[in-house]
Design a protein around this ligand. Structure first.
Ligand code: PLP
Length: 385
């Protein structure tokens, strides 16, 4: 099997399993307990927090462990908007881009539905890029939060986060970015990016599913979503998942150390793959930008075919990829991301996403490119017969 679906998930790295193993076995204590087992769990959790903070260039106390990227996004969007409005009742608007993951988009929709916020959706151009002048126009003294993702999970578009965050800061608007897909490919230096909140997910970087991080700048208040014993400095109650926090910290540190070399190598392979597909598949359209995209994502539409049939035929040839995002797979609706980019819905239905991790090889991608050409041509012949 050639696995070209790393944006959906990645296998757990051996180093992460080995690092977390003690906390699933002998060192099983609760970090809140005052005996030795508890203390050793608390020490492991602190070390994990410090390690994540080193990658994010922030203080350990600004790292909140969550159950994943979805919870981190929910806590950022709902928690910050609610807290900001509580401080200043005039802040009743939330700004989100049109290409957010549902974890952000649906959190914003909830704020409108249940808490009476007004949601402003920031449009994108045909490459999926937010326009910064439009962003500046929408920022105002009535905005409680702006959230723009760092890199898109369907087409890989990388947004100008540092520029947007600086604009938001200038207007006193808290700025959150969903960096789930950026991790391991782009810098996560929160000081350089200038963001107030940033979400990560463990399973995109070689840690298990079900663990994530929200970076929450010290001065930024966030209303908790989960109440209880006050763990994670009150931001997220519940006995901490020490083993998974250790696994995430281990995998993230490795991903960060390997990042410069891996990003360069995979970007070159991605560009060769894109060129091969565009050359070998008549009518294939690259979705998203040529250069301002994650090294790890190549996404196409194959007008006239069906994305689902292409996926099935590729799977028969032992190639695993996905139509748009994993969350939207199997959904009848055309991708909201492609629709926001102005792709007509019949074309958007033919979207296929190939996404890579650091282990991808040129030989695998050559095989995949040939298989795509073969599959799309075969489906074309079927249609015309
Ligand atoms: N945000 C983005 C951009 C994603 O791609 C994903 C997962 O695909 C998430 C958030 C959700 O993360 P998790 O699966 O850890 O809940």
């Amino acid at each position: 099997m050639i696995y070209l679906d790393a944006a959906a998930t990645t296998p757990v790295r051996r180093e992460a399993i080995e690092a977390m193993w003690p906390y699933l076995t002998g060192e099983f204590g609760n970090p809140s307990s005052s005996h030795g087992l508890g203390e050793s769990a608390a020490a492991a959790l602190l070390a994990a927090r410090q390690s994540v903070a080193a990658v994010l260039n922030c203080r350990p106390g600004e790292v909140v462990f969550t159950s994943g990227g979805t919870e981190a996004d929910n806590l950022a969007v709902k928690g910050i908007a609610l807290a900001r409005r509580a401080e200043d009742p005039l802040r009743t608007r939330v700004l989100v881009s049109a290409v957010e993951h549902p974890a952000v988009a649906e959190s914003a929709a909830y704020l409108a539905r249940v808490h009476g916020f007004t949601i402003d959706t920031l449009p994108v151009d045909d490459q999926g890029l937010v326009q910064s002048d439009r962003f500046a126009q929408l920022l105002g003294p009535d905005v409680a939060l702006a959230s723009v993702m760092y890199a898109n999970n369907e087409v890989g578009t990388v947004q100008p986060i540092a520029e947007l965050a600086a604009m938001a800061r200038g207007r006193g608007v808290p700025f959150h970015t969903d960096a789930v897909q950026a991790a391991g490919w782009l810098t996560l230096d929160t000081a350089a990016l200038g963001v107030d909140a940033l979400s990560l997910s463990g399973h995109k970087v070689g840690a298990p599913k079900g663990v994530g991080v929200l970076y929450l700048r010290n001065r930024i208040a966030a209303e908790p979503l989960i109440h209880g014993g006050g763990q994670e400095r009150g931001a997220r109650s519940g006995t901490e998942n020490v083993a998974f926090a250790v696994a995430l910290a281990t995998a993230l540190a490795l991903a960060e150390a390997e990042r410069p070399e891996r990003a360069e190598r995979v970007k070159a392979l991605r560009d060769q793959f894109i060129a091969a597909v565009l050359q070998q598949v008549p009518g294939a359209v690259l979705t998203g930008p040529r250069s301002r995209r994650l090294p790890s994502i190549a996404s196409f539409c194959f007008p006239g075919s069906s994305g689902e049939s292409v996926l099935l035929e590729l799977e028969r040839r032992s190639i695993a990829c996905s139509s748009g995002s994993a969350c939207a797979a199997g959904a009848d609706e055309p991708s909201a991301v492609l629709t926001a980019m102005g792709v007509p819905s019949d074309v958007a239905q033919t979207a296929v996403r190939f996404s890579f991790d650091g282990g991808i090889s040129a030989a695998d991608l050559d095989r995949a490119g040939e298989a795509v050409a073969d599959v799309v041509a075969g489906l074309g012949r079927l249609r015309s017969s």
